[in-house]
Design a protein around this ligand. Structure first.
Ligand code: MRU
Length: 344
């Protein structure tokens, strides 16, 4: 089985290469991004998606912008505007801006300095994912009695959403490697089906038993006692632990609360935004309503219907049993800072 790399830098062609996730699971196609328009379009259309993967794209995107500037006649003002376009291509996942901001001070050192830092971000992300997966698996096994464990997850948080291994899905992989996973319930994740198309694909690759269910089935599956723990990733974690993640996550958290089972968030420290006091300050991306009213280009609502399409929701910290990063597992109360997740 070959490695899946959602994001990588091709040294020979000197371009950013993205696995085109809009085409999965039918096709495994790659898109080379040699200019800023291609990077911004890939982020907006979800060719690449998932908070940690977007962090790497932010960093490599700056290198793409610099290469383009070299080709087209260096103009500092235009370069800064291009970098800003990448930084703001999607608003909710803090990792995108974080990745840009981490390499931006290095642009004066040339593209090699930026690329070297971007590669470091990738290495750190992979190491963080392994570590947070161990911490998350330990936390779950210490609190859930049933063996093996039945896990529900929402959206996609594996190789495809990161630079390797995964966050919430990384915890599932760690549990699976320990022989402790009976079943993964993967919410299909309307409207773009990251659960059905991507998480089920990753489960299959890893040999992890998986049932894809409609998002509307999640609460019932939980209340019927078929799930021991739910685990999701994050796009931004505020200082008090409130967490933005794929639309539908808060419904899963409420069902877990009602059923008395843990709801766990797993994310690297790069997803923790200590400058955001609580979830009310998180900007939620509003996507085109046509993503909801159509499916694969075919209308599923009466012609002329308008769709409401927030891409994310915020789960209040009080409904989160634990937030796990590579540094710690924190049980947030909604008031106390979750700074331990970033080593504070
Ligand atoms: O719109 P997407 O597919 O970028 O949303 C992704 C999610 O909500 C993920 O759960 C989150 O980014 C964590 S990825 C490890």
């Amino acid at each position: 089985m070959h490695d899946v790399r959602a994001v990588h830098w091709d040294d020979v062609r000197n371009v950013l290469v993205l696995l085109d996730q809009t085409k999965l699971p039918a096709h495994e196609d790659y898109r080379a991004c040699a200019d800023v328009d291609a990077v911004v379009d890939s982020v907006r259309r979800l060719v690449v998606r998932g908070a940690p993967a977007l962090g790497a794209v932010g960093a490599y995107g700056v290198a793409v912008a610099m290469n383009q500037a070299s080709r087209e006649g260096w103009d500092d003002a235009r370069l800064q505007a291009d970098i800003l376009r990448i930084r703001e291509a999607r608003p909710t996942a803090v990792n995108l801006a974080w990745g840009v901001d981490r390499v931006r001070p290095l642009t004066s050192g040339g593209v090699a300095a930026v690329l070297s830092e971007a590669h470091a971000i990738v290495r750190e992300d992979q190491a963080a994912n392994r570590e947070l997966s161990r911490i998350g698996a330990d936390w779950i096994l210490a609190r859930v009695e049933r063996r093996p464990v039945r896990v529900l997850t929402h959206c996609n948080t594996g190789d495809l959403a990161t630079t390797g291994w995964g966050t919430a899905f990384g915890v599932i992989r760690e549990l699976h490697e320990r022989g402790e996973v009976e079943m993964v319930y993967a919410d299909e994740t309307r409207p773009l089906l990251q659960g059905a198309r991507l998480t089920a694909w990753e489960c299959k690759r890893q040999g992890i038993p998986c049932l894809v269910q409609a998002d509307g089935a999640a609460a019932s599956t939980i209340l019927r006692g078929l799930v021991d723990v739910a685990i999701v990733g994050a796009d931004r974690i505020a200082r008090n632990g409130d967490t933005a993640n794929k639309i539908g996550s808060v419904g899963v958290a409420l069902a877990c609360d009602a059923a008395g089972i843990p709801f766990v968030v797993a994310a690297p420290s790069s997803t923790v935004d200590m400058s955001t006091p609580d979830g009310s300050y998180i900007e939620i991306e509003l996507r085109d309503g046509s993503e909801v009213t159509t499916y694969a280009g075919v209308s599923v609502a009466p012609i002329g219907s308008e769709g409401l399409n927030p891409a994310f929701d915020v789960t209040p910290a009080r409904y989160i049993s634990a937030v796990v990063s590579e540094r710690a597992a924190v049980e947030p109360d909604g008031v106390t800072s979750v700074g331990a997740l970033v080593g504070e």
